[in-house]
Write a new protein. Sequence first.
Lengths: 263, 73
Amino acid sequence: MSSSVLAVEGEGFVSPGPGTFVYPPAFGEGSLVTKPMLIVILGSLAVAVFFFLAARRAAMVPGKTQFVGESLYGFVRNSIALEAIGKPGLKYVPYLATVFFFLATLNISGILPLVQFPATSKIAIPLFLAVISCVIFNVIGIKREGLGGYFKHMMFPSGIPWPVYILLAPIEFVSTIIIRPLTLTLRLTFNMFAGHLVLVLFILGGEYLVFEYGGVVGIAAGTVALLGSLVLTAFEGFVQLLQAYVFTLLSALYIGGALQDEH
Amino acid sequence: MEGNIADLGSLNMIGYGLAAIGPGIGIGLIFAAYISGVARQPEARGMLQSIAILGFALAEALAIIGIGLAFAL
């Protein structure tokens, strides 16, 4: 509605919306592959090939690739797994490292020149990983304490007067089984979604101001917007790495929670 | 038409702006506490950092759910 009003007023700029995230098939009509899918496939391949090369000829004195690979893996091991879970967390480092580097690569694809689309802004990818994390920590808990014991620990923590359980038990159940994977998913998806939207808005808006709106005001404002988009790109890169870290850290904390005695 | 924020109604966006106030204050408080914690005890920085980022992520989730709902509703 309001866009037609704008059009009548003679403003040609259409601000980018959720439609920016809908891509046509990459290889013409009928092919099922879209740009986000290509990014996922190429990103996973890049991570796999890099770590394969880094680990292929593991030597006592590491070469350059091996050193970088080991530092990256060591980061996940030391500052995520050991920090959030402790010694028993070493068993889960392979999963956490996979999640971290998969997400980091797909997030960073949002600021990679020529690619410039964060594949994780499609909800399917974060949702899939969040469900895997959820299954892992629930299975760990059930394996450790048995089905009844796990749910008893989760819903009825000791040291609380019993009338509180009427409120607490459903809240704890919903928060562990539903809210945790849901917030993992939404946090990552909409961080990438909003970040990409802001970048698109700044770049398209700047381009419109400079080339179509014109005049001294248009060119000055457009230049500021385009320079701002560079700063925002750097900021987005930071946010993208941070969100991959946060997703992995929270997965590790949930796993750690299922491993602990007192819930 | 599909790619137009204005089509979604500006009321959603005003609502999202209001909803972002709370997490904004929360994130500010978290980092204020983190900074004063590090200022008092610089050697605790590593430990405080992961806690601060965790708190930041949890508070930020509210704002992010807000923007998700602003587009979805």
